[in-house]
Write a protein that binds this ligand. Structure first.
Ligand SMILES: *Cc1c(COP(=O)(O)O)cnc(C)c1O
Length: 425
């Protein structure tokens, strides 16, 4: 048996003390504070070991058994294991694990299904959509004629009647659902019905919630979508990267759209790490984690609501909540900065029909994947809700404000010390 040659920190510290100090500093940051960014998580040591392996060296353009380079027998095994695990876990006819990121997966899906100039119907960014769903600063808005749907003003839920009306009026070639800041379940069957009525492809961008699908905590889009795009690093807890699931009839078009159309050589170390994450995601432990992620998000949203922060749409069915801070009289931008000073990392976020500019925003977004991975449960969510509320209400410009935020940061440090990220030995 060949001994594993793994990442050696001493080697890094000797070769590049500056980057070594960044790596240690980041570990301290993770261990010392609360990570509530909804798109982040803490990967397992097994995933990190695959990521830090010599598989990063291999050129393997093509797909298992059909490569442009020799020496691919080992990496072929890794990619095939990953593909088989993804197909099995999600009940998908085909899987492609090569997209370098969620945005790259989306680019490939556009390339496979539509032509530049075609009409695409997707959720507007300020209502929870993603940059790749038609933003003017992204290829999607520049190369495609995108039409946006919104959430209703009264319920803050997707307005399916508007989606249907827009689809009938604009006859899109592709409809996209799946969002970055939408806390509720999406009615995939309803989207399928609308897509069928106008002859459009249905692409589900499951970047955020594919991990909840893997853990059976929410319904799967796979039976309804032509193509499902996802990331592997959000709730799914794998390495940073993308993934595409699709019907068998689209397999060849998707594979060719990823390579050679939009990408070159695959990141074999990342693909191996994706395979590890998919194996972990098939375990009963992962199911328990996924359902706890949702319960934690619900507990956190309720705790923040009790503090006067209104959960958009009234609550959450997923791993994230969006809070409207207008009643508290603090902008999203200020809330984010105050929480950061208190050791709580979260992000400002536009709320539907937000009167503020995006860089200011009236809301914040919180997510529970990381804290759930660390083992926290509902009682900790209630404590975190109180800590966020005190931080948000503390103006560092007022006398004593900075001291209060520093005191909160030490309370946060004390809480997380009981649930350490990457516990030592
Ligand atoms: C995160 C996200 C993406 C992009 O993923 P990256 O890996 O950051 O490129 C795409 N779509 C949605 C809905 C997302 O939430």
């Amino acid at each position: 048996m060949t001994p594993f040659w793994g990442p050696d920190f001493d080697e890094l510290a000797e070769t590049d003390p500056e980057i070594a100090s960044v790596v240690l500093g980041e570990l301290d940051r993770l261990r010392g504070g609360l990570q509530l960014v909804a798109s982040e998580n803490l990967t397992s040591p097994a995933v990190l070991a695959a990521l830090g392996s010599t598989l990063t060296n291999k050129y393997a353009e093509g797909y298992p058994g059909r490569r442009y380079y020799g020496g691919c027998a080992q990496v072929d095994r890794a990619e095939q294991l990953g593909i088989d695990r993804a197909r099995e876990l999600f009940g998908a006819e085909h899987a492609n694990l090569q997209p370098h990121s969620g945005a790259s997966a989306n680019l490939a899906a556009y390339a496979a299904l539509v032509q530049p100039g075609d009409t695409v119907l997707a959720m507007e960014l300020p209502h929870g959509g993603h940059l790749t769903h038609g933003s003017r600063v992204n290829f999607s808005g520049r190369w495609f004629d995108t039409v946006g749907y919104r959430v209703r003003r009264d319920t803050e839920l997707i307005d399916y009647d508007e989606v249907r009306d827009l689809a009938r009026a604009h006859r899109p070639k592709m409809i996209i659902c799946g969002a970055t800041a939408y806390p509720r379940l999406i009615d995939f069957a309803r989207f399928r019905e609308i897509a069928d009525e106008v002859g459009a492809y249905l692409m589900v961008d499951a970047a955020h919630f594919i991990g909840l699908v893997a853990g059976r905590a929410i319904p799967s889009p796979v039976p309804y979508a032509d193509v499902v795009c996802a990331t592997t690093h959000k709730v799914l807890r794998g390495p940073r990267g993308g993934m595409i699931l699709c019907r068998g009839s689209l397999a060849e078009r998707i594979d060719k759209a990823v390579f050679p159309f939009t990408q070159g050589g695959p990141l074999m170390h990342a693909i191996a790490a994706k395979a590890v994450a998919l194996r972990e995601a098939a375990s009963p432990r992962f199911r328990a984690y996924a359902s706890q992620v949702v319960q934690n998000a619900q507990a956190l949203a309720a705790a923040l609501a009790a503090e006067g922060m209104r959960p958009v749409s009234g609550g959450t069915d997923t791993h994230l909540a969006l809070l409207d801070l207008r009643a508290v009289g603090v902008t999203g931008r200020d809330a984010e900065a105050r929480c950061e000073a208190a050791g709580i990392t979260l992000n400002k976020n536009a709320i539907p029909y937000d009167p503020e500019k995006p860089m200011v925003a009236s809301g914040i977004r919180v997510g529970t994947p990381s804290v759930t991975t660390q083992g926290m449960r509902e009682p900790e969510m209630r404590r975190i809700g109180g800590l966020i509320a005190r931080a948000v209400r503390t103006d560092p410009g007022r006398p004593g404000g900075t001291e209060t935020l520093a005191r909160l940061a030490s309370e946060v440090a004390e809480l997380v010390a009981a649930y350490p990220a990457y516990p030592r030995g």
